[in-house]
Design a binder for this molecule. Structure first.
Ligand code: FDA
Length: 391
């Protein structure tokens, strides 16, 4: 089998790159070890695929050099991908914070990408593993379970390590290293945080409670939903902050941003304060949380029976709760992988390895990781597009 472009991995980036390169007349083959392509697209966004974010800039990305993403992101924008979605007749809506979702199932996006490939005559090998990749003269030779493939260009789109059960592997990182390219440390991101038994003791009774909160680590903060679970904390704000948290650090939670709990309690106290603490707290917090905070604070009696210092402590508890995670749920549930092929080794306009012409890395395998909210797919589309114009 001889092709112009062999793409390793049939996920978001691989499928889109295949369609775009085929459209430019390239003979393209995608090699995917799963039984179906685009499996993460299928389950993304709760089955509705948050396929892009209108507010995308390089500022929503982490990595050794987030500015690396500027070139690709500016040449293929959220509006460009949205135009593809609309041309395919896929109904969509903006949920919040610029996040665009399909109205219907996420599989529509996979079907659209497959159609793009088919229109250009790109081939897709499923259930196919690849082994050694070597460069011979001007071409690459890829050993696969279906025999050798010779390709003028190889695009590595094998994604990150998150959710091994869905076919995630470290193959792309290993391939980069086999050609001498640097790979930065990888770690699970956009992942629930876990806690020691001591903290779980008071978190666990709240399982199922959700608040619009603010989670922060140092100067980085996210104002989004916080969800209490049996294992600790989850929800968008927690997933977002997990990308910034490192072992040993504390995270801070404001469970009622802008509510000035201490001020309100003091005002109630000044007016006589016969209201129960839990009732006063539940004006700004879900009732279960309010009751729980009253219990763990060990304060007895109504608002009026408390000292100002006690009310201030309650306010601090709600607005500046210090938590010390012991870890994360790991790659088993992480939405993405931080780190990857070091961007210093890649050309930002094409994603081509500077030291090895003809070898490209796109999507999550690269050390470019987005916030929650459609940014990771936008990076997959944009990096794939940049490479498709170059191969
Ligand atoms: P992707 O993981 O999509 O594709 C890699 C492909 O390579 C896979 O098909 C894999 O099977 C294949 N592969 C791996 N190793 C191989 C090997 N050795 N041989 C052959 N094939 C191999 N992002 C977002 O922007 N909006 C969202 O709504 C969501 N939602 C979401 C939910 C969940 C549960 C997860 C886990 C992730 C998300 N994401 C997301 C993140 C998003 O799915 C992710 O960033 C992109 O899919 C990355 O695209 P890639 O093509 O780089 O990797």
């Amino acid at each position: 089998m001889q092709v112009d472009v062999a793409i390793l991995g049939g996920g978001a980036a691989g499928l889109f790159c295949a369609g775009e390169a085929a459209r430019r007349g390239r003979r393209v083959l995608v090699i995917e070890h799963g039984a179906a392509p685009g499996e993460k697209i299928r389950i993304s966004g709760g089955g509705r695929c948050n396929f892009t974010n209108l507010n995308t800039t390089y500022a929503q990305f982490l990595g050794r050099n987030p500015r690396f993403a500027i070139s690709a992101l500016s040449r293929f924008t959220p509006q460009d991908f949205l135009a593809r979605i609309e041309a395919a007749g896929i109904a969509w809506h903006e949920k919040t914070l610029g996040q665009l979702f399909c109205d219907g199932p996420a599989t529509q996006v996979v079907a659209m990408l497959r159609k793009g490939m088919e229109a250009g005559g790109a081939a897709l090998w499923l259930n196919t593993t690849f082994g050694d990749v070597t460069k011979e003269n001007e071409a690459f030779r890829i050993e696969t379970s279906r025999g050798a493939v010779v390709a003028a260009r190889v695009v590595v789109a094998t994604g990150g390590k998150s959710i091994p059960k869905m076919g995630a592997t470290a193959a792309g990182y290993r391939l980069a290293e086999s050609f001498g390219l640097p790979v930065t440390d990888t770690r699970p991101a956009l992942v629930p945080l876990t806690f020691a038994e001591q903290e779980l003791e008071w978190l666990r009774p709240l399982a199922g409670v959700a608040v619009q909160g603010c989670m922060s680590v140092g100067a980085q903060a996210f104002d989004e939903a916080v969800l209490f679970t049996h294992r600790g904390l989850s929800g968008p704000a927690v997933l977002q902050i997990s990308s910034y948290w490192r072992e040993g650090q504390t995270v801070r939670a404001d469970l009622a941003p802008g509510a000035d709990i201490a001020g309100k309690l003091r005002a109630l106290r000044a007016k006589g304060g016969r209201m129960a603490l839990r009732s006063a707290l539940s004006e700004a917090l879900p009732e279960r949380l309010a009751r729980h905070i009253e219990t763990v604070s060990c304060l007895e009696g109504p608002v009026g029976a408390q000292s100002n210092a006690a009310l201030d402590r309650l306010g601090a508890f709600v607005h500046d709760l210090e938590l010390r995670p012991v870890g994360t749920e790991g790659y088993r549930t992480a939405e993405v992988t931080l780190g990857g092929v070091d961007t210093s080794a890649l050309d930002p306009r094409t994603m081509e390895a500077k030291s090895l012409p003809g070898l490209y890395f796109i999507g999550e395998v690269v050390d470019v990781t987005g916030w929650l909210g459609g940014y990771n797919f936008q990076w997959a589309w944009a990096s794939a597009y940049a490479t498709a114009q170059a191969v």
